[in-house]
Design a protein around this ligand. Structure first.
Ligand code: GLN
Length: 507
């Protein structure tokens, strides 16, 4: 039996330890709650209700005692605070990292949260994120920055920065995240953990506070591909309450991931897998340490039987302007609901209705959210719609077509596309100052898959070895064809059987 300290165990290991009675869910929950409280300097946790968490843990222990436990029964985890959580059940507010929703008590659970609860998980906490998931560094949260556990002077990435930091720091074995343009993959990369954004439509968006509805997807963030597979199986599936939910039968990603490939052997589990390397993902400006770690991971995948092939995604650079038109356009519309009438913050003093709207929104939203609302309103306005929004939509289609050209060339095509997640390791807190463009440009490798709606994953690939990057985690990005999460998980799992980067932890 694994004798590691409980906080060192992953999701699958905790499930096993609970079922053999090494500890109870209530004991583990108490242990992790103590850890959460003593790591408040990280800034990862926005809310936790120990009493309600222990209630859930005791219910899981009862299920374990009755012998009706599944792989996730009694496993504690935490949710990015972009998911609404039933306040009566969890005792937790749902804020989206915004002053606008400070203290907001949701009357229901997001579908993803509800499904993980039905699977028996225990909600330990809500985790910090960039306001309305807008950002790449978690510095845009109204409730303060999150620190990277590998170097407290650095950002954890964003917008799911609290989730990534909490998993990396061993506060929780896993967390939920959301990814609109990279917010699962980039913080996973910056914090040295594993995260997967499934195909658009795989996880329900019901109860996920909306940023850009045609891009937003939920996914798990954990230490290993195996843990992500277990969580994704529970989180995903058709939901009639989300009109964009994919109507497909439930998937057992863990079983699919473990299925051996045709012709594969123990030494060469990835035999027959063709991995495309887009030349645009390896520009001269890529940080040398990122390039080295990613290349080493690719060499390992080759060693495990995969074949590396050159491909091209010629519109990679265009994904930045395209995304930063479409995402703000959708955000400006989605955020119209925060007007002081129904939810959250309302200005204390105002003269008339218009004044109430203005004051409420001026006070409730932070600077990045206001910037996006203004950009979005501008690109949708009469006279500019055709020049910006419509052009961006056309290019979005072409970006998706470029991926299909890589995937569907018969024997010449590839099954998976790989490259870096981000051009650099995590940067220093405050380093980008007042220049939001710096952060936008750093999204270059995650945006294309988001715009195409394809599944993407970040897998720990190594660490920086020199200068400023030294000791900071580097992630390998894997992008798959629609609904082919299983091949991404299988590829990542094979890499994790052969390397130990995903087991390393910050001191
Ligand atoms: N960094 C991107 C942005 O700021 C992506 C955020 C996300 O995926 N939620 O919009």
């Amino acid at each position: 039996m694994n004798s590691a300290a409980p906080e060192e165990l992953g999701v699958a290991e905790i499930g096993r330890a609970l079922r053999v009675g090494r500890f109870s869910s209530a004991e583990l929950t108490q242990h992790l709650l103590t850890g959460l409280a003593s790591h408040s300097d990280l800034g990862a946790v926005l809310a936790s209700d120990p009493g309600k968490a222990l209630d859930q843990a005791r219910a899981a222990d009862a299920a374990l005692a009755r012998g009706v436990a599944g792989p996730l029964t009694g496993v504690p985890l935490a949710h990015k605070d972009i998911f609404v959580t039933d306040h009566a059940r969890t005792g937790l507010a749902s804020t989206a990292g915004s002053k606008m929703l400070a203290g907001y008590a949701s009357p229901f659970d997001a579908t993803v949260v509800a499904r993980l609860a039905v699977a028996g998980t225990v909600t330990l906490a809500k985790l910090n994120c960039d306001e309305f998931a807008m950002g790449s560094s978690n510095e845009n949260s109204a409730f303060g920055a999150v620190r990277n556990p590998w170097d407290a002077q650095r950002v954890p990435g964003g917008s799911s920065g609290g989730s990534a930091a909490a998993v990396a720091a061993r506060l929780v074995p896993a967390a939920t995240g959301t990814d609109t343009g990279g917010s699962i993959r980039q913080p996973a990369s910056f914090c040295g953990i594993t995260g997967i954004k499934p195909t658009y439509g795989v996880c329900s968006r019901y109860g996920m506070i909306a940023f850009a509805s045609s891009l937003d997807q939920a996914g798990p963030m954990a230490r290993s591909a195996e843990d992500c597979a277990l969580l994704l199986s529970a989180m995903s599936g058709f939901d009639e309450r989300d009109a964009t939910s994919a109507e497909r039968p439930p998937q057992d990603y863990h079983a699919l991931m473990m299925q051996p490939r045709a012709g594969a052997s123990a030494a060469r589990p990835l035999k027959g897998l063709r991995i495309g390397l887009p030349r645009e993902f390896f520009p001269a400006a890529l940080a040398a340490d990122v390039n080295a770690a990613v290349r080493a991971a690719l060499a390992e995948l080759e060693h495990l039987g995969a074949t590396l092939v050159d491909v091209s995604l010629p519109r990679t650079e265009l994904s930045i302007p395209v995304y930063y038109i479409i995402a703000p356009a959708e955000a400006s519309s989605n955020l119209g609901r925060f007007d002081g009438v129904k939810f959250g913050h309302r200005a204390a003093q105002y003269t008339d209705l218009m004044d109430m709207y203005k004051k409420t929104r001026s006070e409730g939203f932070g600077p990045e959210v206001k910037r996006r609302i203004m950009i979005g309103t501008y690109v949708l306005s009469h006279g500019y719609y055709d020049a910006y929004y419509l052009q961006a939509q056309k290019l979005r289609r072409m970006i998706a077509d470029d991926f299909q050209a890589c995937f569907s060339q018969g024997p010449q095509g590839c099954d998976v596309i790989a490259g870096p997640v981000a051009p650099t390791v995590a940067w220093k807190i405050g380093e980008q100052g007042d220049d939001p463009l710096q952060a936008y440009l750093a999204d270059i490798f995650t945006l294309p898959a988001s715009l195409a709606g394809l599944p993407g994953m970040s897998v720990p690939a190594g660490f920086g070895v020199s200068g400023e990057s030294k000791g900071m985690p580097v992630g390998l990005q894997l992008i798959g064809n629609y609904f082919d999460e299983a091949t991404l998980l299988q590829t990542a799992h094979a890499l994790q059987q052969a390397t130990d980067f995903h087991t390393r932890r910050p001191l």
